[in-house]
Design a protein around this ligand. Structure first.
Ligand SMILES: [Zn+2]
Length: 342
């Protein structure tokens, strides 16, 4: 197969007026199809492949086994009550879930999960469910793949999450004068063509990704044969851009809704943690009283002891383990305060 050609000036070997639908363009289309719509899926696959499933604990494997043995309809019913971020976490956790959630039969599960988050922007048609969830909730730059890369922004026209280093890279987003081509048939010049192609601008810097331009050029040359088909192509390009712009409005609303949702969740978590801690402290106090300690001599500082201030329910086994330490702590506190133990 012929190698894909680059349309940017620095590497350009495209003739000014290439023969329409040449083998070169067809090959380019095949390559670009692989390169663009699947970029998120491929990174997800590599992320899953690199995850160390074997390294998980025996308990985790047992839990996984229990999940795998659950009847599929029940498992799906459970998943329907989660949100897309939960499904994405599950997706990243083990290849068995990745396969399960990528299967077309899981589409209603994803749709139900999306419905659990009011205000979530509608799914972008060109992305599958997992890619869309990754686009919304993952935290890496989609170009350099660096997790939590600084200055990340979602750019509505190219519909990608890009870090500041990539945004300002002159080798990723190229200005207009870096491209040299003429769409065939020539119903449109390069400048107008580029004005219809998804682009990323951040202030005065930015431009077009060559692979996106190549993809659209290939589509143009596949679709446009005469004046009528050219008008259809241009109408389609304008419609697609309008859809991306609308999605951007939804996304801005979503960012506000999501920030409020996260704040509520943190409050609830904080409240829940406080309740767990209170219950544990009360349980320990009751057990100390059962050992013969009077409630009034148990120092209030005990609540702050690392063995007490834990976010887990106290078990009998744990009590056997920690009670000598806590008794010693109480004795020391009482002595320091000059009190009588009992
Ligand atoms: Zn980046």
């Amino acid at each position: 197969m012929a190698k894909r050609k680059n349309i940017s000036k620095s590497h350009s070997d495209i003739e000014p007026y290439p023969k329409r639908r040449s083998n070169r363009l067809k090959c380019a289309l095949a390559d670009v199809k692989l390169a663009i719509p699947t970029y998120r899926a491929s990174e997800i696959v590599s992320a899953v492949a690199s995850s160390s499933f074997e390294a998980q604990s025996t308990d985790a494997q047992k839990n996984l086994q229990d999940l795998l043995e659950m009847p599929e309809d029940i498992f799906r019913e459970v998943l329907r009550h989660l949100d897309p971020q939960d499904l994405l976490n599950l997706f990243h956790s083990a290849s068995v879930f990745r396969t399960f959630l990528l299967h077309k039969s899981s589409a209603p599960t994803w749709a139900a999960a999306r419905a659990n988050l009011p205000g979530l922007p509608p799914r972008i048609k060109s992305m599958n469910e997992a890619s869309y969830a990754s686009f919304l909730f993952d935290k890496h730059c989609e170009i350099c793949q660096v997790p939590y890369a600084s200055g990340q922004n979602t750019f509505w026209d190219i519909q990608m999450r890009v870090c500041s280093a990539c945004q300002f890279s002159r080798s990723i987003f190229l200005p207009e004068n870096s491209f040299e081509f003429q769409p065939q048939p020539p119903f449109i010049d390069k400048k107008e063509f580029l004005s219809l192609v998804p682009t990323m601008f951040c202030g005065s810097l930015g431009g077009w990704m060559p692979k996106i331009v190549q993809n659209h050029l290939t589509q143009y040359e596949e679709m446009v044969t005469d004046e009528d088909s050219f008008k259809q192509w241009r109408a389609r390009m304008n419609k697609e851009r309008e859809e991306r712009r609308k999605w951007c409005d939804y996304h801005y609303d979503w960012l506000r809704i999501d920030a409020e949702r996260c704040e509520r969740q943190m409050e609830q978590r904080k409240e829940g943690n406080l309740e767990i801690w209170r219950t544990r402290y009360k349980d320990i106090t009751v057990r100390l009283i059962a050992l013969g300690w009077k409630e009034e001599v148990i120092p209030t500082q005990l609540a702050q002891h690392p063995q007490v201030k834990k976010l887990q329910q106290l078990t009998d086994e744990e009590w056997i383990e920690i009670s000598p330490t806590l008794v010693e702590y109480i004795k020391t506190q009482i002595q320091d305060a000059g009190m009588v133990e009992t």
